[in-house]
Write a protein that binds this ligand. Sequence first.
Ligand code: GUN
Ligand code: ZN
Length: 436
Amino acid sequence: MTETLIRGRLLTFRRAPLDAADTESFIYETDGALLMSDGVIQAFGAYADVKAKAEDGVEEIDHRPHLILPGFIDTHVHFPQMQVIGSYAANLLEWLNTYTFPEECRFVEKAHAERIAVHFFDEFLRNGTTTAVAYCSVHKTSADAFFAESLKRGTRMIAGKVMMDRNAPQGLLDTPEMGYDETRAVIADWHGKGRNHVAITPRFAITSTPQQMERTQALAEEFPDLHIQTHLSENHDEIAYTATLYPDAIDYTDIYAHYGLLGPKTLLGHAIHLSDREADAISEAGAIAVHCPTSNLFLGSGLFPLKALKRRDKPLRIAVATDIGGGSSYSMLKTMDEAYKIQQLLGERLNPLESFYHMTLGNAEALSLSDKIGTLEPGTDADVIVLNAFATPAMALRMETVKTLGEELFLLQTLGDDRAIVETYVAGRASKPNAI
Ligand code: GUN
Ligand code: ZN
């Protein structure tokens, strides 16, 4: 058993912070160390204590004065959209039809899917994201390429072959039966292989017929432990069009509820424009609203009421995500920078502790995976990142006036990006790719 010990300032959350002064919500070791072996965290705490537990001749890496955190988690991304980021469109539906659907058609080709998969993992690890929840394209080839690359990298990833059988180009359509069969095949081939998880992935109600929703319900009943991911209430035109396609539903949320797709493992991308009834239904089901701030701003979709949804009598479980390629950054730091600004526009405050909680333990809890990721607790996966708040000249200059941990985190969020990620450990192995 080869052990690796990394030394630096450790930060890990115990629970969601109640406010900016909630020092009980996290553990912070100013001279800390983390001991890793067999892909798992063996110990963490004060350097002297952890060093005493390590075997003689342990490999020791000194990251001082940098911060050591659990790897970031991104709960909503589109693997086949790396080459549509920054496409100029007026709104969601125009963006999907003009750029995104044509681009996703290319993933029928194995070589293309495999090439983009290499870039995907390079980019996520460069940005310190060690777990992502991804939509592949409708083609099984895309899921195969994604999971094969994940297996190679040793990452814990969640992904699904998208199911869609209408309102898209022919090259992007399956059928209710094909969607069902191919999702089953992806589960058989990849679920539980390495650290891969398969998610049941109906794209959204606009692109699935009621017949496809029924087959999706069958999958959800056969595989109740799997995550389910879809999109909900992102844009007003989308919501209006959806209502015409499912005239018997009370509202958008009711469509997914009707087909048994609303539960504690359901990730609802965006969920910006919810009625009180919908928010109650989502809260009662324990489903998760996934906030994608850079995408919501880029596509002009709306301002997600994160703080208001958390404050409700029936609060919502909330996760955060980039939504590449509607989103405009791979960085979870930049993502929370934009989340902060959205709350500012809504007259709310999002404090830096809360932001860093969301990127790590909060997203792990939203995925029901906090026993494995999002924390530095012994026994969890050794997916760990090292952050440098002095990474650029502008950051170093601002750091001269920073006095507290909260200020340092806020600076990392406001000015940081992939340059602030010194190293990304995947299952204990240094895995940050070199910059291009
Ligand atoms: N709704 C359905 N598909 C998509 C997608 O690919 N991106 C975004 N942002 N919203 C969607
Ligand atoms: Zn999406």
